[in-house]
Design a protein. Structure first.
Length: 306
C-alpha cells in the first residue's frame, strides 16, 4: 500500500524522508480499510496507477492458472516433472495386474514423447530376473532413440514376479553405476512386499545419485509411505498417480484439441496417503496470494470510481 497511499496514523514515508501524520488529511483523500488487520489508509495514487496494478495482477493470476493446468495434465500428472537432463528410468512391474499392462505402456509412451524427448540423455532398466537394460549406458535423446525406446517397451512381457527384493535392488544399483546420469526415476506399479522395504532403504544410500520415486496404482498407503521415505533418503522427489476407472485410452500422440488432458483430469487422481504435490502447492499458494491482492486492488478501483 506504500505505493498508493499511507496509513491514517503517523508513519515514516520513504519518498519524503520523514514522518507523516495522516490524521490531518481527514476528508482530503479517499480512505480504505484493509480487511486482514483493520488498518485505514488514505489513498493518494492516481486511478491510472491502480488500473495498472489490476492489469498486472490479473495477468499474474492467469499465468499461475496456466502453470497449474500444465503441472496437473498429461504426462506430468502421471509421472511428475522431469527436471534433470540425464536420467535412467527403472521400471518395476513386479506387482502389475493384467488389466494394467496397456495402461502402463500408454502412460510411459506419453512420458517419453512429452518429457524425455526434451532432455539430453536417458536409459531404461526393467526389473526382471536379471536387470534388463535398454542400452549399456544413457544414450543421446533423438527422435529415433525415443521411438526405439517406445518400441522396446511395447515388446516387453509383463507378469507378476517373486523374489522382488533382490531384483528391484539390483536394478537400482545397476542404474547407479552409470556416472553420466543425474537421477534415477523408480517407476513402481502396485505395491512392494514388506520384506523388501527394509533392505531397499538400507542399500539405497549406496546409489550415488538421487532416486525419484513414482508410484503408479499403489494398492495401499504403506507403499506410498515407503516410496516417500526412499526418495527422501536419497535426496530425490516423490510422485504418485492412481487411475479412477478400470481403463484409460491413450492417443498414439497427444491430440491437438487437448482431449488427452481432459481424459487424465477426469480419470486420474492422487492415491490415499500421497499428499499434495509440493510443486502444485507452491503454485497454488502464490496464486492465492495474487488473487487476494487483486481483490483488494479491485476494491480500491471501486472506491476511487465512486
Amino acid at each position: 500500500f506504500a505505493q498508493v497511499g499511507f496509513k491514517q496514523n503517523a508513519d515514516y514515508v520513504t519518498s519524503l524522508g520523514r514522518l507523516v501524520a495522516s490524521r490531518y488529511a481527514d476528508g482530503l483523500f479517499p480512505q480504505f480499510c484493509r480487511a486482514e488487520d483493520g488498518r485505514i489508509y488514505n489513498l493518494t495514487a492516481k486511478s491510472e496507477l491502480i488500473y495498472q496494478f489490476v492489469e498486472c495482477l490479473t495477468q499474474a493470476v492467469e499465468c499461475y492458472k496456466q502453470r497449474m493446468d500444465w503441472l496437473t495434465s498429461k504426462s506430468r500428472q502421471i509421472f511428475g516433472v522431469i527436471l534433470e537432463q540425464c536420467i535412467t528410468i527403472v521400471l518395476d512391474f513386479s506387482d502389475i495386474l493384467k488389466g494394467e499392462i496397456n495402461l502402463c505402456q500408454g502412460a510411459l509412451t506419453m512420458v517419453f514423447q512429452e518429457q524425455v524427448a526434451h532432455i539430453t540423455k536417458f536409459n531404461i532398466i526393467w526389473v526382471s530376473q536379471e536387470p534388463m537394460k535398454w542400452r549399456d549406458h544413457a544414450t543421446t535423446v533423438t527422435e529415433q532413440s525415443i521411438a526405439a525406446a517406445i518400441s522396446w517397451l511395447e515388446k516387453l512381457t509383463f507378469k507378476p514376479m517373486t523374489m522382488h527384493r533382490v531384483r528391484c535392488l539390483d536394478a537400482l544399483m545397476e542404474a547407479g553405476k552409470d556416472q553420466t546420469i543425474e537421477s534415477v526415476y523408480y517407476f513402481v506399479v502396485g505395491d512392494i512386499p514388506e520384506e523388501s522395504k527394509e533392505l531397499l532403504l538400507q542399500r539405497a544410500s549406496e546409489i550415488p545419485c538421487p532416486v525419484c520415486t513414482v508410484s503408479f496404482n499403489a494398492r495401499g498407503e504403506a507403499t506410498i509411505a515407503f516410496l516417500k521415505d526412499l526418495s527422501a533418503k536419497t535426496h530425490g522427489r516423490f510422485h504418485a498417480f492412481a487411475e479412477r476407472t478400470g481403463y484409460i485410452e491413450f492417443p498414439e500422440f497427444p491430440t491437438k484439441d487437448g482431449d488427452s488432458v481432459i481424459t487424465w483430469k477426469l480419470k486420474g487422481k492422487l492415491p490415499p496417503g500421497a499428499g499434495v504435490r509440493e510443486d502444485v502447492y507452491l503454485i497454488w499458494r502464490e496464486m492465492e496470494e495474487a488473487c487476494s491482492t487483486l481483490a483488494q486492488v479491485q476494491r480500491l478501483v471501486a472506491l476511487i470510481d465512486n
